[in-house]
Design a protein around this ligand. Structure first.
Ligand code: ADP
Ligand code: MG
Length: 701
């Protein structure tokens, strides 16, 4: 039978319909999917060890001849034992197989065999070594198809209904049936510059490496075959980004926004402080986009507290002064409400109204906002994902800003953009993700970085404490309050039990108010409060009326109360690194010395302990993110599948960052000349086949 890469696995010899369904559920539908299920390691079974040199616990490949063979039945129901003695020039060893009666014919006396397994001491009264259930091939097989032993052998991650050995056999037969000349999607020039093999060979050899292959390179996914396949995967993803960007740049340019002296003066007047150099640079890049007439698609990245909001506000003002509208989306109601308050405050002098839309805004208030957006009388809208609803329509949406982008998905970004005929998009994130991850997740965005904190900031002193020091921690908290400062006390959400954080926060609020700080006003904030209640608490804390705020993680991102100098995190061992960094970022926002106390429970395990130590050891958000990424992997690190992390089959963002950089450069160069390239159609077709789900979102033209 001759196969193609697109041949469905369903119907392949040995794969029944039910089995095909199970494989499909794992994302394996076609021969191509199967072939990209690469070995996760390789074992050298090419050198045969003399039988005499075997020792207990030694894993080895031997080659010998069957001297005797018997099939016995045990008294236990139906169990069979096939026992053979295999010898070579140096000695012999007993070999046992359970419940494989067919071996009586497959391994008769006189047959040459290759065995791979671990030698163990014989049990119960017998002497010598045995090989129990080794992987084997009889030599007549091995002549044509030495795939399980006698060579560098691929070891696969198991699949439903398929052992590593069965996968190996399947791969081998599929590769045998695949024509030698399957199409190679990589432009030939790119391949030859890098000395890459054609796709077909790279695939074959990644499964069944040649005898001279470097075992270590194979195991590290660094072999030339691996590099070829990884490059291909990254290349097409990046080509998607490159085309999407080229497409954006090629759209008929519209008049850019205008900035005259009047606008400049009003921008300055709205500013309560001088921008840092990094803020100025970011603003310049953003304004450049807005004035260029080409749509903006930009990521503004900067550690917690670096002052992204004010940059976004100035961009907003620029748009509004040009008589267009801006939508600003934040991940939580509390944060949206805070942004709304600070926009109102900073824009007071300008006379521009600012609307608020969250699920908590209902009835007449909601109708009024919606009407104002449609008529254009509300030029600035701040809100949550409620902004994405169908009924939210703008007269002229020009700028969409997404705060804490990592909390949203790529799809939501696209939906907000679609609310304007020609929308500039600015997404902001405090998660200082490593470049390779940024290129993969936000590969179609331009990047602005704020790498400087406002003047006068001091690092937040961070300590890890246990239950036995609680009294001292409370005394310290009181000290801060007496000095006129404020404190957060935060409880984690416990996944398994859902509402524990709420309960813990409510209980602790009661206890702190009644027993520990009966003389102090303590606010309580959690996700189940009504909008007005929440607003009252948040503004109470922001104004300083409430010196202490007990909260769930609703305050994790974005909240900005510069007078707060103490962050007390309860059960800190339950938080991830990035979360702790975000929480800590709630303090240290003013010029005062700030503190973060991480209370670790008695059950804190080694890994959690390590996280807390990292927090105590560094305030560098980038270092923390890198560590978090290393500990949890990109998927967990970014939170959700909808975060935009593409489903990479073999490439690994951390391990293969050098290949990623190379592939990105090549893809962007390729996109620049693609219109004239003869293989344009094939490239785009391959791109769509591979990344179809994702491309809808990044809009390949
Ligand atoms: P983030 O980047 O984490 O969103 P914010 O925009 O909330 O940070 O800003 C953090 C704090 O720093 C806010 O209180 C803000 O008013 C203040 N801030 C921002 N820029 C400056 C600046 N250039 N000088 C002084 N304070 C600033
Ligand atoms: Mg922010």
């Amino acid at each position: 039978m001759s196969l193609e890469l697109s041949t469905p696995l369903r119907g392949l010899k040995g794969i029944g319909p039910k089995h095909a369904d199970e494989l499909a559920a794992r994302g394996l539908r076609s021969v191509e999917d199967l072939l990209f299920h690469l070995p996760f390691r390789y074992e050298d079974r090419s050198r045969f060890l003399p039988i005499a040199s075997l020792a207990p616990g030694l894993r080895a490949t031997i080659r010998g001849r069957v001297r005797t063979a018997v099939l016995r039945r045990t008294r236990a129901r139906g169990l069979t034992i096939f026992e053979a003695v295999v010898e070579d020039d140096t000695g012999s060893i007993r070999v046992l197989f359970f419940n494989q009666p067919y071996l009586r014919t497959a391994m008769p006396p006189g047959r040459e065999v290759i065995l791979h397994g671990e030698a163990t001491l014989a049990r119960s009264g017998r002497t010598g070594l045995v090989l129990q259930g080794p992987q084997f091939e009889t030599l007549s097989d091995a002549d044509q198809e030495a795939i399980h032993t006698g060579r560098v052998v691929p070891i696969y991650p198991k699949l439903p209904g398929l052992s590593s050995r069965a996968i190996r056999r399947l791969m081998h037969s599929v590769l045998q049936a695949l024509p030698g000349g399957i199409a190679d999607p990589l432009p030939a020039g790119l391949s030859s510059e890098r000395g890459f093999l054609p796709r077909r060979q790279a695939l074959s050899l990644a499964h069944f490496p040649p005898p001279d292959a470097d075992l270590q390179a194979l195991n590290e996914f660094r072999s030339p075959f691996h590099r070829r396949l990884i490059f291909e995967e990254f290349f097409f993803l990046q080509l998607g980004f490159a085309l999407s960007r080229r497409d954006r740049d090629a759209r008929p340019s519209e008049p850019g926004l205008r900035v005259d002296d009047g606008v400049r003066a009003r921008l300055r007047a709205a500013l309560p402080f001088h921008l840092t150099g990094a803020q100025r640079k970011a603003l310049k890049e953003i304004a450049g986009d807005l004035m260029s007439g080409r749509p903006m698609n930009r990521l503004l990245q900067g550690d917690v507290g670096c002052g992204k909001t004010v940059v976004a506000l100035l961009a907003t003002l620029l748009v509004v002064e040009n008589r267009h509208q801006t939508a600003f989306m934040a991940p939580t109601e509390i944060l949206a409400e805070q942004h709304h308050r600070s926009f109102l405050r900073m824009l007071q002098g300008t006379g521009h109204p600012v609307g608020l839309l969250t699920s908590g805004v209902t009835g007449a208030a909601r109708r009024q906002v919606l009407a104002g957006l449609r008529s254009g009388s509300i030029p600035i809208l701040v809100g949550t994902h409620a902004l994405l609803e169908e009924e939210v329509q703008f007269q002229s949406l020009r700028l969409a800003i997404i705060d804490e982008q990592h909390r949203f998905g790529v799809a939501q970004r696209a939906r907000l953009r679609a609310k304007g005929a020609r929308t500039d998009v600015l997404v902001m994130t405090a998660t200082p993700i490593p470049r390779s991850l940024a290129l993969t997740v936000y590969g179609d965005l331009d990047l602005s970085v704020i790498d400087e904190l406002p003047p006068g900031r001091r690092p937040v002193k961070t300590v890890v404490r246990g239950e036995e020091t609680r009294a001292a921690v409370y005394a310290f908290l009181r000290e801060q309050v007496v000095k006129g400062r404020q404190a957060y006390v935060v409880y984690p959400l416990v996944e398994e039990t859902g509402r524990d954080d709420l309960k813990a926060a409510v209980e602790m609020h009661g206890k702190l108010s009644r027993q520990v700080f009966p003389d102090l006003a303590i606010g309580l904030l959690h996700g189940r409060l009504k909008a007005e209640e929440r607003d009252a608490v948040m503004s109470g804390f922001a104004s300083g009326r409430l010196p202490i705020l007990v909260a769930t993680t609703v305050i994790e991102v974005g909240i900005d109360v510069p007078n707060a100098t103490l962050m007390l995190v309860e059960q800190a061992e339950r938080f991830g690194l990035s979360q702790l960094h975000q929480l800590r970022g709630r303090v240290g926002r003013g010029a005062d010395e700030s503190y973060c106390v991480l209370m670790a429970g008695a059950q804190t395990g080694d890994e959690a302990r390590r996280r807390l130590e990292i927090m105590a050891g560094t305030g560098d958000g980038f270092a923390i993110a890198r560590e978090d990424l290393r500990m949890r992997g990109p998927g967990e690190f970014l939170g959700t599948r909808q975060s935009g992390l593409p489903d990479l089959r073999i490439g690994d963002i951390l391990r293969d960052h050098d290949i990623l950089e190379d592939a990105r450069r090549a893809a962007f160069a390729c996109a620049a000349t693609l219109a004239a390239a003869p293989q344009r159609r094939d490239l785009v077709r391959h791109l769509e086949g591979r990344w179809a789900g994702r491309l809808g979102l990044i809009q390949v033209g």
